[in-house]
Design a protein around this ligand. Sequence first.
Ligand code: CMC
Length: 428
Amino acid sequence: MAKTATIDIDGQKYEFPLLTGTENEVAIDIKSLRGVTNGVITLDSGYKNTGSCTSSITFLDGEKGILRYRGYSIEELAEKASFLEVAYLLIFGELPTQEQSVKFHNDIKAQSVVDDDVRKIVDAFPKSAHPMGIISSLTSALTAFNPSSVNVKSEEDMYKAIVKILGKFPVLVAWTLRKKQGLPLDYGDKNLGYVENVLKMMFKQPNEDYVQNQVVVDALDKLLILHADHEQNCSTSTVRITGSSHAGLFASLSAGISALWGPLHGGANQAVLEMLEAIKADGGDTKKYMAKAKDKEDPFRLMGFGHRVYKNFDPRARIIKKAADEVLGDLGIDDPILDIAKGLEKEALEDSYFVDRKLYPNVDFYSGIIYRAMGIPTDMFTVMFALGRLPGWIAQWREMRLNVEPIGRPRQLYIGETERAFVPVDQR
Ligand code: CMC
């Protein structure tokens, strides 16, 4: 017999179906709630208990610290797969065959030229502009340069739009950095792998050849994989809800980038490094900052700590912490910031404030240290997160459109004034 949940409202009982996911997660399907109860809704600000969709892309168990893309563990993917394979897996559901892999990469490379007029937009930004503001605007501008809307009923049309954005986005990332650094805007090299090409486009100096460093290539590949998807987080939900109005793929992605920017989400990687720098400049007194984080009168939070879903550990943080040690070791960098980070982590893990609230280092606690070792400026960190999250956003947008989901439109509990008569200005 199908399982149900009963809600009792003032003695009147209503039954709702219980749905079970493939990992035995249970949800109460309240689709009919408002209709059968004559207007009652659920209220859940921040959506801490609300599922917005069903999805087959990413599974995460916050209690057990599990993260899987399409059933594959993040640990295994980070160790064995390439970013482009993971992108294919997330978007199309299966790991690509050798042939599919080559075709996918070739199709992306074929789309890796951006209309030259986009340079004029890049030129118009002040050098002081934050890179996230530039990249979200440029992504939105791609809509204007590619006005035909994607026919979501055509797999071919959908595929074309996907390879187009995967080809052009790294160019926009590189141009965002180069604009800030006063370097000429250039294109990549079709002979290179996806990640090698990103690095060359970002860092090539006009007067010398760019020499790839395999340690940096592998570390960036891993970082992009770790960031590639994270189910219904703030930016992904933004992409899905924007796309649910049938706004195009590029417009939906641009909205997602804006959502990612905030320091409670993707912007945390920049905030972490700025915090570690501030602690260093302040004499390395980690205890002082721990006290600030615990003080309810002080708005300061320990950036890179805590997560809405992970309440034991963030599996990505474990992989990144190890990678940070390796990358800094391989590159021969002795960064005092890493010691401050490790000290802060140790203290927090032994402090009852953090232990009781289940606050552990998240993915962004150590990622900035690796980005810095690669020579990426602090204000570009969140752009790198966006580059990694791109396939996840695309996969979620595609799934949402293929599932023919209704427009996202939450309800509210109104707590404002009841009806009142207008008062003319001379009587107020
Ligand atoms: N430092 C100090 N206290 C904290 C922190 C922190 N980083 N995070 C949460 N708390 C406290 C919070 O004050 C609250 O305490 P109390 O119960 O006494 O009021 C309790 O822990 C629960 O916090 P919450 O804000 O209700 O939890 P949330 O699930 O709404 O927020 C979070 C999750 C990630 C926004 C939050 O932990 C935070 O602001 N962390 C710092 C920013 C950060 O690192 N963000 C990156 C997240 S991972 C990358 C990504 O995917 O975006």
